[in-house]
Design a binder for this molecule. Structure first.
Ligand SMILES: Cc1cc2nc3c(=O)[nH]c(=O)nc-3n(C[C@H](O)[C@H](O)[C@H](O)COP(=O)(O)O)c2cc1C
Length: 191
């Protein structure tokens, strides 16, 4: 029983009850059963500014804009991170990509300010992806993007569950939900 453990979800879908939310619910169920607390950053609601590449984070730890600071705190406090998103043009929707780009503060903390590591506590992470088509490329792209950001966040991507083919409706629903739930159980069994 991990009563005080915290899971943080970076949620990239504009739909509160769409495919991504259903996949996420299936993944979260085993965590909730084991008493984990769930925190969610809804990327569309959060409206995080895109990174402007101003370079402030390379001179002083943090960011010129304060809107990411609550997410920074939530990441640092979390014991596990989930990125749950639909695929948009082979990548993440813009509001979630903005959040990803704002992790530049950790890259600069590591390489300009020599913080080793920029985030003290380690956590594992999982990617949950839904997509209209059935293609490998968006998985490669999003996994690559996350690994790049996570490399300076003391975070390791340990698994991915995909619900492909949503353009054709619910055909792949059951197996996708089962994959997400199995991934969560596997992750929990190793903690
Ligand atoms: C703007 C936009 C771009 C999309 N681009 C892709 C894409 O590149 N590849 C793909 O397979 N599906 C694409 N889709 C389909 C979504 O990924 C798919 O419908 C997803 O399951 C929606 O999840 P949701 O119900 O959580 O919104 C796109 C949808 C939108 C609205």
């Amino acid at each position: 029983m991990a009563a005080s453990k915290k899971i943080l979800v970076l949620f990239g879908s504009p739909h509160g009850a769409g495919y991504t939310r259903q996949l996420l619910d299936s993944f979260l169920a085993p965590f909730l059963e084991q008493g984990w607390q769930v925190g969610t950053v809804d990327a569309y609601a959060a409206k995080i500014k895109p990174c402007t590449g101003c370079g402030a984070c390379g001179k002083k730890e943090g960011c010129a804009f304060p809107d990411f600071d609550p997410i920074d705190r939530a990441i640092r406090e979390s014991d596990f991170l989930v990125v749950a998103s639909p695929v948009y043009n082979d990548s993440f929707p813009a509001p979630l990509k903005a959040i990803l780009d704002r992790t530049q503060r950790y890259f600069e903390a590591r390489f300009s300010l020599n913080r080793r590591p920029p985030i003290k506590k380690h956590r594992d992470a999982a990617l949950l992806l839904t997509m209209g088509a059935e293609e490998e490329f968006p998985i490669e792209v999003t996994v690559h993007q996350l690994r790049r950001a996570f490399s300076v966040m003391n975070t390791a991507l340990v698994g991915c569950a995909v619900w492909p083919g949503t353009n054709l409706g619910d055909g792949r629903r059951r197996e996708s939900m089962e994959k997400a739930s199995a991934l969560a159980l596997d992750i929990l069994s190793k903690m």
